[in-house]
Ligand binder design. Structure first.
Ligand code: URA
Length: 240
């Protein structure tokens, strides 16, 4: 008997998008199963079913690909941009598989970004319940006091609710700014910048240097590499 999986999982396995984005596509009426528009979650499908997204047939990618990119400033982390800005896809044009960025970094934030066509991996990496640690180097203006550092650690109120406990360290002081290492396990919009702003030290520049067990190492800005099988396995097994 062929294996049946939920429609959104199947779409993720086909490299259409993350599971969550697949759910949005379904709700928007953009997905057909065997010629019929499906809007409810939970429909089970197999490889034998004909699935269309925006009237285009989708099928499973033969090869799952995992890419680590050191994103430079001046790129958006979406596949296309309505404002026609550079996207991170421009940096990986040699990759034949239909990968997409997992999670997001701001236009001016640099550093570690994962791209993949493995929807399950993307889901695992971004789902809040996994609490995967993301490490940032933030250059902030001024010199945060002990109290400010403790506030960053304990949580500040953003959008009416406190941020989860974080780690925050002073790496070094410069003439007019301070380099901080901040480790968070949530992924709210512009979280690090807003946290620092909230304690009175706006971010001058921001770089992500690790996600869970994955670290940038000496990958140069604008360069990318495939993750090794060991890295993918270690990431799933030991997420913190
Ligand atoms: N926090 C931010 O403020 N910006 C990013 O790009 C990532 C985390």
């Amino acid at each position: 008997m062929e294996e049946k999986v939920r429609l959104q999982k199947h779409m993720a396995q086909c490299g259409v998008s993350s599971r969550r984005h697949a759910e949005e596509l379904i709700r928007a009426g953009r997905v057909k199963v065997n010629g019929v528009v499906i809007r409810e979650m939970g429909v089970l499908v197999s490889d034998k079913d004909m699935i269309e997204v925006d009237n285009k047939l989708i099928k499973k990618e033969e090869r799952l690909v995992y890419i680590m990119l050191n994103k430079p400033s001046g790129y958006v982390t979406t596949v296309t941009d309505p404002q026609d800005r550079n996207t991170v896809m421009d940096l990986i044009s040699e990759v034949k598989e239909r990968v997409y960025p997992v999670g997001r970094l701001d236009y001016d934030t640099t550093g570690l970004l994962i791209l993949t066509n493995d929807g399950d991996f993307a889901y695992f990496l971004t789902h809040p319940s996994q609490e995967i640690k993301k490490t940032y180097l933030a250059e902030v203006s001024g010199f945060p006091s002990k109290d400010s550092m403790n506030l960053l650690r304990k949580g500040v109120i953003l959008d009416g609710r406190p941020t989860a406990k974080a780690e925050a360290y002073i790496v070094k002081s410069k003439a007019k700014s301070t380099l901080l290492k901040i480790i968070i396990s949530e992924g709210r919009n512009r979280q690090v910048k807003r946290m620092c702003e909230k304690v009175g030290h706006p971010v001058i520049s921001l770089e992500r240097i690790s996600i869970g067990t994955l670290t940038l190492g000496d990958l140069k800005k604008g360069q990318w590499r495939h993750l090794t099988t060991q890295e993918v396995k270690a990431f799933r097994g030991d997420k913190k």
